[in-house]
Design a protein around this ligand. Structure first.
Ligand SMILES: [Zn+2]
Length: 81
């Protein structure tokens, strides 16, 4: 596993599971590195990221943008049939 510039979790889709209340669904907002917003957790990204906000309890957490995915896909899933 290589350590990239970001340690944010990857984008979890349109209906992520809130780590606090278990609700499936969260708003998504793109923030640049200058749009720092505090998070309840210790994760404090100073880079561009996606800010997720639970639609039920309002818990917020940062996620990486899809651009921050590793460029090389280590997963070799070649389906041959
Ligand atoms: Zn929640």
């Amino acid at each position: 596993m290589t350590t990239s510039a970001t340690e944010l979790p990857p984008f979890s889709g349109d209906n992520p599971t809130c780590p606090k209340c278990g609700n499936a669904g969260a708003h998504t907002r793109y923030l640049t590195e200058r749009q720092y917003m505090p998070y309840p957790s210790r994760a404090r990204p100073y880079i561009e990221h996606l800010r997720r906000e639970c639609t039920r309890c309002g818990h917020t957490w940062p996620e990486a943008t899809i651009e921050q995915r590793p460029p090389t896909a280590p997963e070799t899933t070649e389906l041959r049939g």
